[in-house]
Design a protein around this ligand. Structure first.
Ligand code: NAD
Length: 316
């Protein structure tokens, strides 16, 4: 990856893609942003619109609608193209439709000579990330998905409210599939350095495990609720993508629950799932192996099995 010019190619200029682009512009996260969409006119219009905001942004970002050949010297290709989840539709039901879309995207990107990182947001994100890895033939560390990064942010926000503490001082993760089988390993959830389960034991009148379970359920169903209310979710995921981009360009070694290939961690091989990972300029530097309880490990295995079954059902 070049250090001087940070170039991002965004494929899919819908609500998620453009929320990400808007966050990139406002946070000055790259120097060059290329927009690609099946609907070329839309990509052109979005580029114009963002460019008109440049004067207010304090950046001199180069933004334009481009083509797959522009991926040649890009650092990150972010894929947000696909079909949005319909009300009540499970993420896994989107799978086959989005796989066809990915075939038409990944091939020309690889053909351009692209040698950066793939970052995927399209749902079902864990499977689409694995599909991207398989179609591209890239080393797994160079292909990551947003995974449970957004779910983890939702969890930290809700726990912050519950304990009346800044979410940045809550260290807790959502793991597994970004979807129905995701779970919170509560044994690993901390307020500063204090386990939240200990807080429940110490102050049972104020805090209890039932409330934590309710919060976990709220996180798991948040997307469904938002979709019911406003048809799609996009600001949160746009900011999650921006956060991951910052960790990559800044070579931050930040811990983020991205979707990464499990290469032995949690006794899982091949499957892509959300787990705390060290993210830096090389992509997923490593997956962190937390000390899960046997029940939590079982929940992770169950989530991975669901993902693997669905992946194996695809005709790539
Ligand atoms: P959208 O319909 O607004 O945008 C999708 C865009 O993809 C459209 O502009 C469409 O023209 C484009 N597109 C479709 N096929 C294409 C192709 N072959 N090549 C290039 N572009 C193509 O949808 P959205 O709301 O932006 O959602 C995009 C994806 O993000 C969906 O799969 C959605 O489920 C997912 N999503 C993921 C998360 C997460 O946490 N990972 C959160 C929200 C949404």
């Amino acid at each position: 990856m070049k250090n001087d010019q940070r170039k991002v190619v965004l494929v899919g200029c819908g609500m998620v893609g453009m929320s990400y682009a808007y966050a990139l512009l406002n946070q000055n996260l790259c120097d060059e942003l290329v927009l690609i969409d099946l609907d070329k006119k839309r990509a052109e219009g979005e580029a114009m619109d963002l460019n008109h905001g440049l004067a207010f942004s304090g950046t001199s970002m180069k933004i334009y609608a481009g083509a797959y050949t522009d991926c040649n010297d890009a650092d990150i290709v972010v894929i947000c193209a696909g079909v949005a989840q319909k009300p009540g539709e499970s993420r896994l039901a989107l799978l086959q439709r989005n796989t066809a879309v990915f075939k038409s995207i990944v091939d020309p990107i690889v053909g351009s000579g692209f040698h950066g990182l793939f970052l995927v947001a399209t749902n079902p994100v864990d499977i689409m990330t694995r599909v991207t890895c398989a179609l591209s033939g890239f080393a797994p560390n160079r292909v990551l998905g947003t995974g449970t990064a957004l779910d983890t942010a939702r969890l930290r926000y809700l726990l912050g409210e519950y304990f009346q503490v800044d979410p940045r001082n809550i260290h807790a993760y959502v793991m597994g599939e970004h979807g129905d089988s995701e779970f919170v390993p509560w044994s690993q959830a901390l307020l500063a350095t204090k386990p939240v389960l200990e807080l429940c034991k110490e102050s049972p009148q104020t805090y209890c495990r039932e409330d934590l379970d309710r919060i976990e359920q709220e996180v798991r169903t948040a997307a469904y609720k938002i979709i019911e209310a406003k048809k799609a979710t996009y600001y949160g995921i746009g900011m999650a993508l921006a956060r991951i981009t910052r960790a990559i360009f800044g070579n931050e070694n930040s811990v983020l629950t991205v979707s990464a290939r499990m290469s032995g961690a949690y006794e899982q091989l091949k499957v892509f799932a959300g787990a705390p990972c060290i993210v830096n300029r090389s992509g997923v530097q490593r997956v962190l192996a937390l000390n899960l309880t046997p029940e939590e490990l079982q929940a992770f295995h169950h989530s991975c099995e669901t993902l693997d079954e669905n992946y194996r059902g695809i005709n790539l």
